[in-house]
Design a binder for this molecule. Structure first.
Ligand code: CUK
Ligand code: CUA
Length: 639
């Protein structure tokens, strides 16, 4: 068995190299027709039909593109400090990056998912996971800003996240690594049977959208890779792929791939709610931060939470079942009807599709094939809906067009393969450039996909773009899927590694997009909403400057009485009440970023002057013909 696994890995690596080489310099494969150009051409001043929210991977952020043009509109800072927007630099947003480990200014963002109502994307929020220091963020699409981040305790690698149920009852976050729960000092060799994998169900308040870690299901010590909610008939269930069901503490070579089949874990979260209501949970200590950005005060607060409710599947019959799935399944995808659950076995030659109806039948008839840690294992044949035979090499992820077709990415053979649900026949395949990971159909994660385009996200681009030194861009590729055959239309570079994306018709978001913050609604503790209130206040060594900005001056613009060793707070309010007129402010020698302040908002940075002198500050955003005149001086005297 072990021999075979070495062989598989060698085969995969070898094939991968061959594939890349073959495609290198073979751009004619991807040459586009002039009709392709027309299909992605959005004339100057016209709007795109779709928003695409593409994760930034190791950049920690989320970027906003238009489809079909592939134009980049914005990079929304989420888990990483961003100097352009002062995210994590100004006093207002620093608390957003607080965790139980302290201030953590970076993460690895993988999977955005859009909030849903009745199983359809509704354009209110995007949720996205931070893998490294487990966190889930919520982006409010009225402002395109991150407004909430919740840390996930008992989790490590937070990879099978952040996917939403069909009325956004929960955002689900599954751990990747199993770890000691609660964390403690113990031998790594004692992993097997002792480590646990926490699957977290974070409720979302239907009124104000606030997240709350409702409960965790404490699973056996496998690795949990990806997840997807049930929908339609399977609403109330959540499905997770697992690997390393051997529970090896080291995955060097292929220790983790000895089992012929791993599992998809089917979790009945409606049942979990019943157990919670009956008090069948344990409350265990857990430290985690919950950070909320308030739209009225324009200020974030961070609260540390101390405990979490956990459910043990062994003590909660009917909560979890295992569906055997070959081999190291990665993506776990559910079709729009909720009937088919696709396990993308990376090391399997075939694609396995499970049937929800058959799963329920098998459960009702108690047809089990043993158990693992008290969790019943169903028989592979009893839950199998069908198999797509040898569709490609290294299946990773599947999306659906809502017209009975599925599209699966194959990392090793670098292609997207279209196949039919129910007949399992392959109907088309197109190459990607190269080594595709995820793919995304706008609304493809819902009951009602928009079915017009699929976006493939590539890990490697080699010679596809102008060289930029050793590091070259990752990319996304857009295909028209309105016809029987896919047509490659466009490829464009991405910001960071595009693990996944979420797409939605622009008309569902545009009407909600806020244009300005009303100055009269500004409840910031240090707001200065009229020029009559500008002032400088000293409190010991702390100095608070209440400053305003409007085309084209700061008030005050000459400040004296500051001393070396002071801690100077610039609280700056933008008095503008016109759309798209931000001002910026920066000062020489400040160990922070500029502030780029939107109309009606207040932001704060701290300056600790180290040198005596008269120091200038200026506006960083070209705001009017007198932008260059928007400046001032601050005098620093000896301590
Ligand atoms: S993962 Cu990146 S290719 Cu984090 Cu969704 Cu599959
Ligand atoms: Cu204000 Cu430039």
């Amino acid at each position: 068995m072990k021999r075979l696994n070495y062989f598989m890995i060698a085969l995969i690596t070898g094939l991968f190299l061959v594939t890349s080489c073959n495609q290198q310099g073979n751009n004619s494969n991807g040459a586009l027709s002039s009709s392709a150009a027309e299909k992605v051409y959005v004339a100057p001043g016209e709007h795109d039909d779709y928003y695409a929210f593409i994760s930034g991977g190791f950049s920690g952020q989320l970027s906003v593109y238009g489809l079909p043009s592939g134009r980049l509109f914005k990079v929304i800072p989420v888990f990483s400090q961003d100097a352009e927007k002062a995210w994590g630099y100004n006093e207002e947003t620093k608390p957003m990056l607080n965790t139980s480990h302290g201030f953590i200014p970076w993460d690895d963002s993988h999977h955005p998912d859009i909030s849903q109502t009745n199983g359809e994307v509704d354009g209110r929020y995007v949720f996205i996971n931070g893998n490294n220091t487990p966190r889930i963020a919520k982006i409010d699409l009225s402002v395109f800003e991150t407004t909430e981040i919740i840390e996930i305790p008992n989790s490590a690698g937070n990879h099978s996240s952040a996917f939403v149920t069909e009325n956004t009852e929960y955002v689900v976050a599954g751990t990747r690594f199993s770890v000691p729960v609660p964390q403690r000092d113990m031998s790594i060799k004692e992993y097997k049977g002792n480590f646990k994998g926490a699957l977290s169900f974070i409720s979302v308040d239907p009124e104000d959208g606030e997240m709350d870690l409702s409960f965790q299901v404490l699973m056996p010590g496998f690795d949990y890779d990806l997840s997807h909610p049930g929908r339609g008939a399977s609403h109330g269930w959540f499905f997770f792929t697992t690997y390393n069901t051997e529970e090896a503490s080291t995955l060097m070579e292929v220790n983790a791939s000895q089992n012929d089949k791993d599992f998809i874990a089917a979790v009945n979260w409606k049942k979990a709610e019943e157990y919670i209501a009956q008090g069948k949970f344990k409350t265990i200590p857990a430290n985690y931060a919950h950070n909320v950005y308030d739209e009225e005060t324009h200020t974030a607060t961070s609260t540390m939470k101390k405990e979490v409710r956990v459910l043990d599947p062994a003590e909660c019959p009917g909560l979890v079942y295992f569906l055997p799935t070959p081999k190291s399944p990665h993506g776990c995808d559910v079709d729009p009807s909720g009937e088919y659950i696709v396990g993308n076995g990376k090391l399997s030659a075939d694609l396995t599709v499970h049937s929800f109806t058959k799963m329920i039948d098998a459960i009702e008839n108690q047809k089990f094939d043993g158990e693992a840690y008290g969790i019943p294992i169903l028989k592979f044949e009893d839950v199998l809906a069908g198999t797509v035979n040898q569709p490609g090499l290294g299946p990773l992820h599947t999306e659906f067009d809502g017209k009975g077709n599925a599209y699966t990415t194959f990392f090793i053979s670098s292609e997207v393969v279209k196949w039919k649900l129910g007949t399992w026949e392959v109907v088309d395949r197109k190459p990607t450039y190269y080594s595709v990971g995820h793919l995304m159909i706008p609304g493809g994660n819902s009951r009602k996909p928009f079915g017009e385009y699929v976006l493939a996200m590539n890990k490697i681009t080699k010679d596809r773009y102008l060289p930029t030194g050793p590091e070259v861009t990752q990319s996304a590729q857009l295909y028209d899927i309105s016809g029987e055959k896919m047509e490659l239309l466009l490829d464009f570079p991405t910001v960071g590694e595009p693990h996944y994306a979420a797409g939605i018709a622009a008309d569902l978001v545009k009407p909600r997009s806020k244009k300005i913050f009303n100055l009269t609604d500004n409840k910031h503790a240090y707001a200065t909403t009229s020029d009559a209130d500008v002032r400088v206040e000293r409190d010991g060594k702390e100095v608070h400057i209440y400053m305003t900005m409007i085309r084209s001056h700061f008030n005050p613009d000459n400040i004296e009485g500051i001393k070396v060793g002071d801690k100077v707070y610039f609280h700056v309010t933008n008095l503008e009440q016109d759309y798209d007129v931000p001002h910026g402010v920066s000062i020489i020698g400040a160990n922070t970023s500029e502030l780029l302040i939107m109309p009606g908002q207040t932001e704060t940075f701290v300056w600790e002057p180290k040198q005596v002198g008269v120091w200038p500050f200026y506006c960083t955003d070209f705001c009017s013909a007198l932008h260059q005149e928007m400046q001032g001086y601050i005098r620093v005297s000896p301590a």
